[in-house]
Write a protein that binds this ligand. Sequence first.
Ligand SMILES: Nc1ncnc2c1ncn2[C@@H]1O[C@H](COP(=O)(O)OP(=O)(O)O)[C@@H](O)[C@H]1O
Ligand SMILES: O=P(O)(O)OC[C@H]1O[C@](O)(COP(=O)(O)O)[C@@H](O)[C@@H]1O
Ligand SMILES: [Mg+2]
Length: 524
Amino acid sequence: SSSSPSTSSSSVPCSYGYCHSSYPYVHSFKPTRFCRKVRVFAQFKSHDSSKSINFCDPDWKNKFKDDFDQRFRLPHVTDIFHDIAPMPSTFYLQTRTPMVREFSGLSPCKEWHGYINDNDRVLLKTIYYSSPTSAGAECIDPGCSWVEQWVHRAGPREKIYFKPEEVKAAIVTCGGLCPGLNDVIRQLVITLEAYGVKKIVGIPFGYRGFSDKELTEVLLSRNVVQNIHLSGGSLLGVSRGGPGVNEIVDRLQERGINMLFVLGGNGTHAGANAIHNECCKRRYKVSVIGVPKTIDNDILLLDKTFGFDTAVEEAQRAINSAYIEAHSAYHGIGIVKLMGRSSGFIAMHASLASGQVDICLIPEVPFNVHGQNGVLSHIKHLIETEGSAVICVAEGAGQDLLQKTNATDASGNAVLGDIGGYIQQETKKYFKEIGDHVDIKYIDPTYMIRACRANASDGILCAVLGQNAVHGAFAGYSGITVGTCNTHYAYFPITQAISHPRLVDPNSRMWHRCLTSTGQPDFF
Ligand SMILES: Nc1ncnc2c1ncn2[C@@H]1O[C@H](COP(=O)(O)OP(=O)(O)O)[C@@H](O)[C@H]1O
Ligand SMILES: O=P(O)(O)OC[C@H]1O[C@](O)(COP(=O)(O)O)[C@@H](O)[C@@H]1O
Ligand SMILES: [Mg+2]
C-alpha cells in the first residue's frame, strides 16, 4: 500500500545477507555484499518448506502476497461441489437492532443486516519493524520490509450453503481439558439453533466416541446446555488417541453428520484437517470447523487461545502460595511447575502477573542447573541476599537435563520428565553438600488449573469463537479454524494454524519484560 511505511526499507534487502541462530524464530542479520536468495522464515513457511523468495526480484512483495493469499484462502464446499447454490441466511439480526442507523445513501433498516462481507479482511501483523534488530522483529526479508498480510474476517454471511433443516451438527472435544470447553459447546448449540438447526449431537470422549460402540451420541439443545458454562471440564468428556480418520468419516456418513465442530489443540486440528480431506475425497458434503483449545496457548497466528487467561489467573494463586510458604520459612524455596509441553506461555505470563517469581524457566530458553552460572548458584545468591526464592518452571523446560524415556501418550505426545521434581532434588542435594539449611516446598497445581471454569474474559472469547464457528460452517467453509487476531476475529485454514507449535520468542518484549520482573540472569 502506498500509505504503508514499506518504501523506506524496500531497497534494503539486497544489501543484507542473513544468518539463522539456533532458535528457529530468531533471525539475526549481518551485512554482506552479495544479493542472495533467502529462505522463507518459519512464520511464513508455505507447505513447501524449501520454498525460497528471491528478494532481489523487484516484484518479490507481490509474489509473497500472492503466495500468502493462496495459503490463507479458506477451503469451501464449492471447491468440490461446484453447483451448490447459496441461499439467503436464516441468521437474522435486523429485528434485534431497533435503533435506526443513519448511513449515507442507505435507507436505514432495509439494507442493514449485520453481515460480514466475504471480502472483509483482518490485518495479521500490525507492527512495522524499522530494523530486524528491533525486539521481537518478525521479518520476511533481511531489510524487514513492511508487507501487508490479510486474513479472512469471521462472522455471519448473507448467503449460506447448508439448509438448516438438512443439517445434523456434531460437536466433539479432544485432548486435555481446558477452561471454557463448556462455554464453547453452549454457544455452538445456541447459534446452531438460531439458524434453525434441530439435530445437534455431542460425540462423547473425543474422537474415541466415533469408534467405541458403547459410547452413544448425546442429544444437545439450548435447554441441555443452558448452564453448563458454570462448571469446568467438558460436558461431552475428552480423550487422547482413538480411531483413524477413515473410521471417523465412516461414522459421519453412517450417522448423516454434515457439520462437525472439533474443539482441540494441534493434534485435534491435524485430525480435523484429515477428516476434512477425507470427506472431500469421498465427495461427502461436510463442514469441518476447528475451535482451538489449549491452555498452553501454542497455536500459531492467534492472539491467544481460550482458557489461557483463566490458567494464568489460577497459576498465579499457586505462585502466591509458593511465595508465602517460601517467605514464611527460614531459607524457604518455593517451586511451582506449570503446564506447557513445548511452550512456556503460562509460566511466563503467570510469573509476570504474580510479580513474586525470582526464576522463570521455560522450554524455549535452555539453562544449566549446576555450575557457576547455573540455577542453583542463583538460588544460593537469593537465599543469601533475600532469604528466600520462588521458582516457576514450565513442564517442558530443561528436558535435556532429564533421562529420556521415549514414552508417548495415546495421541503420540512425548511423556515428559518431571523437571520440577528434578530441580527440587538437585536443590536439596546442593544445599546439603554446602552445609546450608533450606526448606523446599514443591507445588504442582497443573490439573487444578485445567479443571477450572472459564473466567469472564475467557467466557467472552469462548462465546465469540463458538458463534463464529457456526457462522463459518453455514458460510460453507470447511477445514478452517477460528481465532482472534489483533483483537479481531478471523478464520484461518487449519493447515496454516498448525504447521508447528507456537513458541515463546526469547527475543520478544514479553520475555524481556518477564526477565526484567524476575531479575534473573542467564543460566548458561
Ligand atoms: N497428526 C494427527 N493426525 C490425526 N489425528 C491426530 C493427530 N495428532 C493427534 N491426533 C488426534 O487428536 C486427538 C487429540 O490430540 P492430542 O495431541 O492429545 O491433543 P490436542 O489436540 O490438544 O493437541 C487425539 O484423539 C489424537 O488421536
Ligand atoms: O495429563 P494429560 O491429560 O496428558 O495432559 C497433560 C498435557 O496437557 C496440556 O496442558 C495441554 O495439552 P493439550 O493441548 O494437548 O490438551 C500439556 O501442557 C500437558 O502436557
Ligand atoms: Mg497436542
